[in-house]
Structures are given as C-alpha cells and as structure tokens.
Write a protein that binds this ligand. Structure first.
Ligand SMILES: C[S@@+](CC[C@H](N)C(=O)[O-])C[C@H]1O[C@@H](n2cnc3c(N)ncnc32)[C@H](O)[C@@H]1O
Length: 529
C-alpha cells in the first residue's frame, strides 16, 4: 500500500483500518447468501482498484482543491478508504456516504468513526440532493449496485423513472438496471465542474437501454475517459459482467472534443488506448463494437476500417495478359486442358453488372469468359504430360514473353501468383466521368473467377467469413454496405493522377472507413443472438 505525501499518523491509521475493513467485508459477504447480495448489488470494489481510481481521479482535479467526497453506495467504504490513502485529511472538506444495508452501514460507521465521514443509512435514490450548490460533491466515486431491472418492483421502477426525469430530463427504458438510475440521480449532487467516476457494467455501451445513459454522458456532462476491463480480469472474479470505469465532469460539453477510450491492463497502464471524438460517439449506437469483431483496439465505430474486416490483395499481375489470359476459342485451338485453367474476370469496363453470377461450372455467367493459364509443373513435366501446353509456352519463349520483367523474376517464368476467388472485389482505378460518376465500384462475385490486377480482391477476415458462411443472405447486405462507403473517403485514401484517373492501392482501400458495414454486422448479431 502506498501512502505517499500523507501525514504519518494518517497513513498508519488508514492502513490498519483498511486491514480491519477487509476482514469485516469478508465476514459480511459470507453472512449473506447470493440472492440477498444480488438483490442489493453487493459486490465490493477491491481496494487496490479503488486506490488506482482515486489516484487517477486526483490527476483530473485542480491540485490542492478542497475535496467534497460522495459515495452514493458506500458499502464498508473501499473508495472512502482509498480517498484517505490518496489525499491528506486537511484537504478533505467533507465526505458523505449512502448505504441502504444496515449491516454494511453500521460496519462502516464503526470502522471510520474518527474520520470526517457522514454516513447516511438510506436509499440514495430516495434522498434529496443538497440545495446549496456550494456543498455539492466535487469528487463523486461510486460502484453502484448492479441490480437488473427484473429485480426492481413495478413501484420502484416508476419512482426511479420519475427520478431520472427530474434529475436530468432523461427517461430511461424499463429495461435499465438500477446502476443507470444511480448515474442520473447523482447528477444533482455534483458541484459545477465537479468530477464523478462510475464503476459500471460495460453493457450500457451496447444495449438499447444504455442509449439514454450515453446521451446524458455526451450532452449534459463532459465525458473524459472510459476504461474497459477485460472480462477475464481476476479482480472481478465474483462478477459475471464486464466492467468499465467512466469519468465525467459536470461541465456543459463543448461542441466537439476527444474522449479517451482505454481497455484492458490497468487504469494507469491500459493495454489499448485511443481517443474518440464526441461527434463520433454521438453517431455510434454501440461503443463496444470491437467486441463484435473480436479486436478490442477497434472498439469504436469510426475507428473501424476495411482492414478490420477484410484482407485486401491486388488481383493477379500475370506479366503478359495477352499471353496468359485466354478465351474459350483460344483454349480450344491450343488444346489446353481444364485443370490448367482458372476462370478470371475481364477488365471492369467489360462488366455490365456489378453482380457476377455463376454458370453451372462456377464460371462467370456472361459472354466474355476468360481463363488464366495456371500451371505449376516444371517444363519437363509439362512436356511429358501436357505437350500442347508445353508447345504454347515455347511460343511464349520465342516471342520474348519469358524475358519480360515479372516473368523473368519468377521461379518458373509462367508461374502465376496464387489467389483464391473471393466474393468481394473493388475496381483498382477509375475516373469520375464513369457511367455512375464513381471512380471505384464494389463487385459481388458469385463465381469461381479470380481477378487480374485491375481489381482489388477483398477476403473477409475470420469473424466476417464465419458470419457469411452461417448467414449467406448477408452477402447482399455487406455488398450494399460497401457501396455506401462515401466515395470521397475512398478518394481521400487513394491517389489522383493529373488526367483525372483515381487509383487505390490495397493498403489505401484497407484504410477506408467501414462504418456502413458495422451497421450490417450489428443488425445481424442482434437478429441472430
Ligand atoms: C457494488 S456495492 C459497492 C460497495 C462499495 N462502494 C464498494 O465499492 O466496495 C453497492 C452497494 O450499494 C448498496 N446499495 C444497494 N442499493 C442501494 C441504494 N438504493 N442506496 C444506497 N445504497 C445501496 C449495497 O448494499 C452495496 O453495499
């Protein structure tokens, strides 16, 4: 336990009282059964975490400011203990706690008897905020009871709803848990520019009933930081939900500013950290999107890029399209066997439709069928097993094809890059003056055709791939969503040439925002869960 800069006497007193508190807390927890503890959301905060929270909160307060502390669900006082371990007693102007449970409250009263704590044994949601703004809390820290809505009686829900409206003008959905009402109810207890820190379940960031809580956080106060712990974090061993800590300041928000989003690790050393603008959060219906994708770094909508969903590769650079890409007529004349051919798309300018259907063989179902000569065999093997192909390759050598740059630098001059077919493609270059005014088009490919390098091939990554396998009907929605990506954001990522030709390299397409796709994924996960 670190008790830096504190008076020695205070340090000794808090250390020994904290040790007693842990013992009492353990005994109290053991004396109550799970149903009782669930009913009142009684899960105490590990003191090490409480200290981390207090230490970080301290950095958000003006130094030396007198502290008016409030914990609306104080339990035996883990946060209060951390307060006394973080601030010298002279800096604490007042410290108020609320606790509904007689046993917890009496234990806390006994433990903290010689300290400034004013503990009220009462239901916080039925208590009246101080009228005098000067005495309102400037440091509110709370781990509110996590009581699910179905444990709240109808009468209680009605009065809580009324309270939410009175405190903030916010009407919460009937599905909101008690912790949401605590956040709203506490608004009137905060001083102007005061700080509040809430340790609450992460689910409010994703579920519908959390929408109003998020509106409050974005519109009535200034949201400073959200830290999400890993659901596997051992300090929450007895809590089955993922936990987040949020910091807010009771200051009207400016139009746009950055909110810090961190996750995993600890508060002082999170594993991932990035900032998200208030405007982005306002547009985002789910703040935990990274968990849909399985990547926590990208938990916020606008931070999602196509690279989070697709691996993007340039189509095949054959080295000599006229030689390696063959029409059915040429194939017939040259007698090239099927097993050495792969269907390949023609240049986008020959695609009448952006959706490519397949014929019975899986080849593109249109007139202009093309095939790529794909042989991996050594020349000698070809000569013995596929003499017609060997003869054709000899013509290539005679015509100087094997000496062309790409061909010359391959292990076998005729060996093509390996590419699997994919459902999604994007054209690699185009002009604004194209038919639909868009320089880039997304193609939905139902055939087995691969693509030449005038396309970018988009391979769905694991999560998206398994979703599409389980729900093939989503192919259309994903394709439509790709076409909703604002053309300007594709242009911004790519490059323009003097003559109005726009190009997108694989890495540039990968950088494009994927918000429109996330709508589809979210809706599908809502429907399929
Ligand atoms: C999650 S625990 C947190 C306790 C303590 N602050 C800590 O962090 O260890 C929530 C506490 O709120 C209390 N509580 C539940 N409903 C309450 C209410 N309506 N008003 C005040 N306290 C309440 C519970 O008895 C429990 O002690």
């Amino acid at each position: 336990m670190t008790l830096q800069n504190l008076d020695y006497e205070q340090s000794c007193y808090v250390a020994s009282t904290e040790a007693k508190r842990v013992v009492e807390q353990t005994q109290l927890d053991a004396s109550k059964n799970a149903a009782e503890r669930n009913r009142l959301g009684q899960f105490s905060t590990p003191n090490a975490l409480a200290i981390e929270i207090l230490n970080y909160s301290k950095t958000l307060l003006p130094p030396h400011e007198k502290i008016r502390f409030l914990d609306p669900a104080i339990g035996t006082g883990s946060f209060y203990s951390a307060l006394l371990q973080s601030f010298p007693i002279e800096q604490i102007e007042s410290a108020v706690g609320y606790e509904i449970d007689q046993d917890f409250a009496e234990t806390a009263l006994k433990l903290w008897v010689n300290t400034p704590l004013q503990l009220n044994i009462a239901d916080f949601t039925e208590s009246i905020a101080p009228k005098n703004k000067q005495v309102r809390a400037n440091l509110l820290i709370c781990n509110p009871p996590y009581v699910r809505h179905h444990h709240l009686s109808i009468g209680k829900k009605t009065s809580l709803k009324k309270l939410g409206i009175e405190a903030t003008g916010t009407q919460l959905s009937g599905l909101a848990g008690l912790y949401c009402y605590f956040v709203l109810a506490a608004h009137g207890w905060m001083s102007q520019d005061g700080l509040a820190c809430w340790l609450i379940p992460s689910e409010f960031m994703d579920v519908n009933y959390g929408g109003k809580v998020k509106e409050y956080l974005l519109n009535q106060v200034t949201l400073l930081r959200v830290h999400r712990f890993s659901p596997n974090d051992l300090q929450f061993a007895n809590v089955l939900v993922s936990t987040s800590v949020i910091w807010i300041r009771n200051t009207q928000p400016v139009c746009d500013y950055s909110v810090e989003f961190t996750c995993e690790g600890s508060i002082s050393k999170p594993s991932f950290s990035h900032t998200v603008s208030r405007k982005t959060l306002q547009k985002s219906s789910k703040w935990n999107r990274g968990f849909i994708l399985g990547t926590q770094e990208t938990s916020i909508k606008s931070e999602i890029k196509l690279s989070d969903l697709f691996q993007i590769k340039r189509g095949v650079a054959t080295g000599a399209n006229n030689f390696f890409i063959l029409t059915p007529k040429q194939i017939c004349q040259l007698d090239i066997p099927n097993e050495l051919l792969t269907p390949i798309l023609p240049s986008p300018r020959y695609l009448v439709n952006a959706e490519i259907f397949a014929d019975k063989q899986g080849n593109p179902d249109f007139q202009r069928k093309l095939f790529l000569l794909t042989c991996k065999q050594q020349s000698e093997e070809l000569r013995i097993n596929y003499p017609s192909v060997w003869n054709y390759l000899q013509q290539g050598i005679d015509a100087g094809i094997s000496e062309r740059y790409l061909c010359k630098h391959r292990s076998l001059w005729y060996l093509q890059e390996a590419r699997d077919p994919t459902r999604f493609l994007c054209t690699y270059m185009g002009r604004h003056q194209s038919k639909d005014g868009k320089p880039f088009r997304f193609i939905l490919n139902h055939s087995k055709a691969i693509a030449p390098n005038v396309y970018l091939m988009m391979y769905p990554k694991e999560h998206l791939a398994s979703l599409l396998t389980a729900h093939p009907e989503l192919l259309q929605s994903v394709w439509k969503a790709l076409n909703l990506i604002p053309i300007q954001s594709l242009i911004n990522e790519g490059r323009v040439y003097g003559d109005g030709l726009y190009k997108l390299e694989p890495r540039e397409l990968a950088n494009a925002p994927a918000d429109s796709l996330l709508e589809v994924l979210e809706n599908s996960s809502d429907q399929h869960t």
